[in-house]
Design a protein around this ligand. Structure first.
Ligand SMILES: [Zn+2]
Length: 160
């Protein structure tokens, strides 16, 4: 029951033969443990692989492996589900963190605006204090001057 695919090249024109391919082991339920030739570039994340495929003539299915495979696959699926759940939770945590970061930015902007407003009011308060001091000094000067002039007038009136 040896099956060989056609020597179909991939989009780059590359294709393997038995002499330059890689020997791998099947992990599928009904062919568990059986060995086969396939493209040396095959990988889940690589699209350079060609369609070359051929079972090894001497390879047979592993009975023990075929019995164990459903258990392993079920466990794998449970673990994969757990990973999916963890990824989803991680995404939600990232979204929450991003929202918290945005709230923090908004708060920082509000704080900066409040600080600028407070500085403006402090500046106004400083100017008003200076104006009040100047008015106070002027009032004192006027008071002193008016007291002096009154004395002068009184003295003038007392002159013979
Ligand atoms: Zn190939």
């Amino acid at each position: 029951m040896s099956k060989t695919s056609n020597y179909l090249p991939n989009s780059d024109g590359h294709f393997c033969g038995v002499e330059n391919c890689k020997i791998r082991t099947s992990l599928k339920l009904h062919t568990f443990g059986r060995r086969f030739y396939s493209c040396r570039y095959w990988s889940p994340d690589d699209d350079r692989a060609c369609k070359f495929f051929k079972w090894l003539a001497t390879s047979v299915c592993c009975a023990c492996g075929a019995a164990t495979a459903p258990i392993v696959i079920a466990k794998f699926n449970r673990l994969k589900h757990a990973v999916d759940v963890a990824n989803e939770e991680s995404k939600q945590a990232h979204a929450l963190a991003a929202a918290a970061l945005e709230r923090e930015r908004v708060t920082e902007r509000k704080y900066a605006r409040a600080k600028a407003t407070r500085m403006i009011f402090e500046e106004k308060a400083k100017k008003l204090t200076i104006a009040l001091l100047v008015l106070g000094v002027m009032f004192l000067v006027l008071l002193i001057l008016s007291t002096r002039f009154r004395e002068v007038k009184i003295r003038q009136m007392c002159l013979p």
